[in-house]
Ligand binder design. Sequence first.
Ligand code: DGL
Length: 269
Amino acid sequence: MAVGIFDSGLGGLTVLEAAQKRLPDVDFIYLADSEHAPYGVRTADDIYELTCAAVQRLFDAGCELVILACNTASAAALRRMQEGWIPEGKRVLGVFVPLIEALTERDWGDNSPPREVDVKHVALFATPATVASRAFQRELAFRAIGVDVEAQACGGVVDAIEDGDFILAEAMVRSHVDALMRKMPKPQAAILGCTHYPLMLDAFQEALGADVKVFSQANLVGESLADYLTRHGDKIGSGEPAYLTTGDPKQVSNRATQFLRRQITFTAA
Ligand code: DGL
């Protein structure tokens, strides 16, 4: 029995890990499209095609439900997939909504009209494609009014993380936070809108200062997946747990093992 988790690369492992902790009896098939990462600098059409191919691979492996543990795919492709691509009976969920529900203090699936919330100034850090899609602002507008969002496209951070170059990634995080704070000097909250960024959580928090509440997705998505599966147990699917990659399995396994500090073995997708 397995739920599919997809990311362009290794960032979705932050979501996978939280989901495994929250749901120890559920198996997961993780797919990293390492050959085509990063997605954040690609066009929306390209991201759509690549995401459909990856999700199809997870359906073929027996998954009924696939989590897009990738904001870039959730922002640029999910809506289009839901409008006509997803096969009957299958389900694909993104990572945006749980985060926005947490920010706007809503319960899962609360679809009441938008209302005023405590947080008024929000910094969004995400990939260039996610920022360009404006999907975060769109989803937020369904739930909250009067929130000022300043978005910073964090070019280069995902590449540095995928290359295992954390010194470069940290320097880039500092410079992106500086750039954001020139536009919005006092954000009350910051959203890490890319599943790679929790790996740099300390660098973001330090650069932003202790007063800024930093929201990152992993635990929020774990919780909402648990909630979803209690209501849709039939979506657990079949298939054996696995780590699949479209890239070089040896290299991807080494990086993943370094990130999660436990042995992770990828095989070819
Ligand atoms: N980790 C992904 C995200 O959440 C993808 C980053 C990328 O491939 O550029 O956006």
